[in-house]
Design a protein. Structure first.
Length: 297
């Protein structure tokens, strides 16, 4: 059976929240959309009269769908979680906030945290995201991961320790973030190696994900240390003229838009006035699926 107009409206009230849940679980915007659509299909085949709390029911169903997707990834060895993998970024202009997207952007989860979440086992990730990010009680998470409530609590606790141990500290002020990014972009445009070193932490780590088909100097890589990272920036300095500052997962980042077409998106972590982590997505296929509304032109 298909949903009635009233049921469709009730589902749409929860869509933004469900996508936010699925994105944090999967790190992929397209897969998050698929998970939300699957939740709708399951709702349309269920008697809504049997559902006491629609929001809670949908969150639980979405969690179960995401768990299946994460386990399927592992079984098929898809999207290998090597050191170069960068999750899908959520991008929006610095000067514009779309009210309809605010549920997705609220309490934005940074790329650094998403990278850490990718290292968790599927059940750990589900338990941590649902409990720590969305305050779902362990009694409601337990049936999703097929554990007791106590065991589910342990899953979340183990995940929490790993997240805290691996997530770098970050500057929360957008103004100070922008100052550092402005300096980085200016140094890149000028080809000023010393100025680049000045805004890079000595132990900075660059993670570039160009996908499986890009080779040569632009291939996926991990680069560690201020001098090697500055050398990478110099190598691609000719593209810096196309850089535009944006919000990437709630923090200041940059997108390169030569001729209005995305060539790369960069998210960063900044601490003590310097860049400590750089996350660059340059996979043409994945870039083509990103919503860059309001950035081109």
């Amino acid at each position: 059976m298909t949903g009635t107009p009233a049921l469709v409206d009730r589902f749409e009230e929860h869509r933004g929240h469900l996508k936010a849940v699925a994105y944090r679980m999967l790190g992929s915007l397209s897969e998050a959309d698929d998970a939300v659509q699957e939740a709708w299909i399951k709702l349309s085949r269920t008697d809504p009269g049997e559902i006491q709390n629609l929001g809670g029911w949908l969150t639980t169903v979405t969690g179960r769908v995401c768990l299946d997707m994460l386990r399927s990834r592992t079984r098929r060895h898809e999207e290998p979680l090597d050191d170069t993998f960068v999750p899908d970024p959520v991008i929006r202009p610095l000067s514009q906030i779309d009210p309809e997207q605010e549920v997705l952007h609220a309490d934005s989860v940074g790329l650094a945290l998403l990278v850490v979440l990718e290292t968790l086992e599927p059940a750990e990730r589900i338990a941590f995201v649902l409990h720590d990010m969305f305050a779902v009680p362990f009694d409601e998470i337990a049936p999703i991961v097929d554990r007791t409530s106590a065991a589910t609590r342990q899953l979340a606790s183990r995940a929490r320790r790993r997240v805290r141990g691996a997530t770098p500290s970050a500057e929360p002020d957008l103004g100070r973030q922008r100052q550092v990014l402005d300096a980085f972009v200016a140094a890149s445009r000028a080809g000023d190696f010393e100025a680049l070193l000045a805004v890079l932490d000595p132990d900075v780590v660059l993670r570039a994900d160009s996908g499986p088909l890009v080779g040569g100097a632009a291939a996926s890589k991990v680069v560690r240390g201020a001098k090697p990272v500055a050398e990478q920036a110099m190598l691609f300095a000719h593209l810096a003229q196309y850089a535009r500052l944006v919000l990437v997962n709630g923090t200041v980042g940059a997108v390169n838009l030569p001729e209005g077409k995305p060539q790369s998106v960069m998210g960063v972590t900044i601490a003590d006035g310097r860049i400590t982590r750089m996350y660059i997505l340059a996979d043409p296929e994945r870039l083509g699926r990103l919503d860059l509304t309001g950035l081109a032109g």
